[in-house]
Design a protein around this ligand. Sequence first.
Ligand code: HAM
Length: 415
Amino acid sequence: MINIPKGTKDVLPSQSYKWRFLEEAARETAQIFNIKEVRTPVFEHTELFSRGVGETTDVVNKEMYTFEDKGGRSITLKPEGTAGVARMFIENGLASTPMPLKAFYLTPCFRYERPQAGRLREFHQFGIEVFGSYAAETDAEIILAADTFLKKLGITSTKLEINSIGCPECRKKYNEALKKYFRPYLEEMCATCRTRFEKNPLRMLDCKEAACKKIAENAPSICDYLCGECAAHFEKVKEFLTSQGMKYTVNPRIVRGLDYYTRTVFEFVSTAIGAQGTVCGGGRYDNLLEELGGGKVPAVGFAAGLERLLLLMENTGVNIPDEKKPRIYIAGMDSESRKKAFAITAKLRGQGVNAECDLMERSVKAQFKYADKLGAEYVAVIGENELRSGTVNLKKMSDGTVVTVKSDEISTYLK
Ligand code: HAM
């Protein structure tokens, strides 16, 4: 017996309707915000992520599925969606199309993390990226799109937390302040944080080690180091959110786990799904495209983890509409009537009706039982009488009422 790899999940036939519900809500959200779908490869050149996501992040340092292909290239399964879409934007010269360019994706992602509730090695993201705009309205629109998506799913229990992590100028000063703060504690901190101290002190605020976390609690806040322009941008984002009645709290501790962010960062968090409470995260990344060899193209986006959303919906009793059931089951008594049942079923399907018949050579009684298990709305039994008369008795399973209709007029009756 070969088992499923650790940290991955099958979607069983009885569960797939939940995924369809999530994906349809994602597509509907994209549609009302006029956002077009994009698809990028599941694997990319490793350098895209090491340069894009950042060498000092856990994602790049510890969690990537990287391998050498048969041509000797270093390939990585995408750990997130943004870098691939940014590459696509640059490679296809999309900067010459009307701006802003709004794109969404539904994609599997891969991170070699320790699996736990809401944390998998293969998981799925719904993400939106908007390219070309520096305006604070865009940050607000992205947050409103994420909120619309959550509302479409029936999720009302998440809280929105926002922050600004400034531009490289603000960051320079802030990193100096962080170094000053962390220096006396370095001996007590993990090896990764000691490397981060040299390369990217901001990342030290994102460490998951308990000792480092504790030390980071009293670190200086980025809010005190924002330059005038970044502070003004953040104020505008907040104003737009408030004008739309969007509730949020400013959490100066949000730095996000990826290096490309500038200015606005945000997360929708829940307390109902354990330690991995962030169901959706994103922000502005005005320098990523330039770092990847594109022009100066500002951008902002988010991604939501579908598994976490599903877990949240299950844990908080959010109802997911049931799968559609067969409208009708056509049972057959003997070999002749079974042929007729098969033909009627085929005809109904041709007319767009969800119809079922027996494929297991069951007795009539067992066929009824199976139809009931399927949740069929009507059952019709074909026997000698029905063959002769060209009519069928449609039994409504919910109340037992029976009507007789011509066998070639069933679909009209079911309308
Ligand atoms: P992220 O915060 O790394 O951001 O991931 C986004 C979401 O993906 C998380 O909030 C979470 O719901 C889900 N997620 C992440 N890792 C796992 C995992 N191991 N298992 C299950 N779910 C997970 C990004 O990926 C950015 N690309 C978001 C973005 C788009 N920023 C700008 N544009």
